[in-house]
Design a protein around this ligand. Sequence first.
Ligand code: ATP
Ligand code: MG
Ligand code: MG
Length: 423
Amino acid sequence: AYRKGGYHAVRIGDPFSGGRYIAQRKLGWGQFSTVWLAFDTLTSSYVALKIQKSAQQFAQAALHEIEFLSAAADGDVENTKCVVRLIDHFKHTGPNGQHLCMVLEFLGDSLLRLIRYNRYKGLKLDKVREICRCILTGLDYLHRELGMIHSDLKPENILLCSTIDSAKDPVRSGVTPVLEKPEGNANGGASTMNMIEKKLKRRAKRAVAKISERRGSMVGTLGEEGSSKTERCLDGIDMRCKVVDFGNACWADKQFAEEIQTRQYRAPEVILKSGYSFSVDMWSFGCTAFELVTGDMLFAPRGCIDYEEDEDHLAMMMELLGKMPRKIAIGGGKSKEFFDRHGDLKRIRRLKFRELEQILIDKSKLTEAEAKEFAEFLRPILEFAPDKRPTAQQCLEHPWMNVKTQNNEDHVEAQMNNLHMKG
Ligand code: ATP
Ligand code: MG
Ligand code: MG
């Protein structure tokens, strides 16, 4: 993929935007881009540099993403609304063409990694609650204030926040930025690069450990997956996170695509092509919240051909949520492919109904009472009728979101302390 029209090859120490940003190490990649930790020499802080593939369609997609990220940043001057911040963007010309680059605030690992790190056993309820509060804050902002639908909400697209220390203060965090190309790097010595990268990683890890020790907080970067320390590590940590990846976002009144969302998080009205709105994000949120609690995906349909997967998916939804109201089942552009005129699935005739509450008890460590309360929160979000699903704002006000626990109190106290320090 490192060819004309594709990814831009980056070496540690490479300068971008006239030398303002210096590449430090790779953070991740996607279908469209590679993402690098970079040092911003103007503000002396770390940022995430997303370098898009250069071909026309990728440039187009980047412009789209920049439009939505800019709108989100413009409406959130204080940067408190749980959406990743776009700091800057520019063009970078390399051997493979011209690449649009986005400079984003530097965040930590995704919720997907957090779930894996916890060995798919699910997180404790107060952690889930904190994470849900952030996601809902982000969605409420996008929906109500901006009129924007994210369209691809899932654990992979929610990233934990790094602490201010690591982002703003490299000296205190103990991570020294690379400010020029390390020797030997220019000739492409792969081993040298690896060594430097490993060294940087070790240093970063030590710094993370130090910070966690000192302040009882975490940089949002997790250790090895499934380490035995997992639960202890997560205790007492403020689980803040932000919504990222606006590559598929759209305006509610100006939609682009019929087929949206990642399969497992896709709402029924999208499968049936009945038209959609903000409530598709709420459906994905519900699937994500379930996954945080249990460590398992709520719906993981199988099937070799598309309609099989769709029908399997619809069957799974009905097994959990009961039969789809006939009007909804037969009301979509694709309804006839799956449902007969009575509103029964054409090919999958026998459904095994299951109770959400019972699944929660079986799949998580929740007590019966906890499972019941969580199911009461979750069930309305997974309503077949899109208009009946609660909004993000309504979810934030739900009793389950406002349970009084030690951690919730700590949360409030921490915020107060923060204010004192700022004041
Ligand atoms: P996709 O195929 O998912 O659309 P993409 O090319 O649009 O991929 P992103 O999903 O935005 O790229 O980012 C790719 C990866 O880079 C993420 O999964 C994450 O690991 C990392 N990443 C992205 N943004 C940040 C950030 N702000 N801070 C830290 N890491 C990030
Ligand atoms: Mg992504
Ligand atoms: Mg993307």
